[in-house]
Design a protein around this ligand. Structure first.
Ligand SMILES: [Zn+2]
Length: 180
């Protein structure tokens, strides 16, 4: 198995939600959850943990955040990227202002909670260990998933025309996909 390119993950997690499921849970539930899912640890630091779900061929990145919810309205509040211990990562001016506000109005907020944010990203089915990218044809119709390693090979199975001609004929494929 090739080395997993986990450093590409965040890019896909933030730009293409279809291929990166994101969910959040309190940190104290994380270990049980990981065990139950059978994820294999790939990398672990204070700030993030990377796992692999070999059964579903997904890469899982766990990041941490610290949330301060409003006592009156638990659905609202603030959340900042942190490490596992709840130490906040350096933030922008807005974050500094928000933290100052929380400190000045501590009575309005619940005790902070550390959350685990889970980004699941699908790896390519060719076994390269790379993250998949969707390919669309000239009409904007989904064609297949590829990664840089198998792109050429997979796309060679399709008529070239479908990728540049927006008026390509679909009569041959009416009852099936484009795949030959
Ligand atoms: Zn591939």
């Amino acid at each position: 198995m090739n080395k997993i390119k986990y450093f590409d993950l965040q890019k896909y997690a933030s730009t293409d939600v279809k291929y990166a499921q994101v969910s959040q849970m309190p940190l104290d539930r994380l270990s049980d959850f990981i065990q139950q899912e059978g994820w294999k640890l790939v990398k672990k630091t204070d700030a993030e943990e990377i796992y692999k779900d070999e059964y579903l061929n997904r890469l899982i990145e766990v990041q941490f955040s610290k949330s301060f919810t409003n006592k009156d309205d638990p659905q609202s509040g603030f959340s900042f990227p942190s490490d596992r211990q709840g130490r906040l990562k350096p933030g922008n001016e807005d974050q500094v202002k928000s933290i100052r506000y929380i400190h000045e109005h501590a009575e309005k907020f619940n005790e902070p909670v550390i959350n685990a944010e889970i980004f699941k990203t699908k790896l390519c089915d060719c076994g390269s260990g790379e993250i998949v990218q969707p390919v669309y044809d000239a009409k904007g119709i989904f064609v297949t998933h590829v990664c840089p390693k198998c792109r050429k090979d997979k796309l060679s199975k399709y008529r070239k025309e479908i990728f540049y001609n927006t008026d390509y004929s679909t009569t041959e494929e009416e009852n099936s996909s484009y795949e030959q």
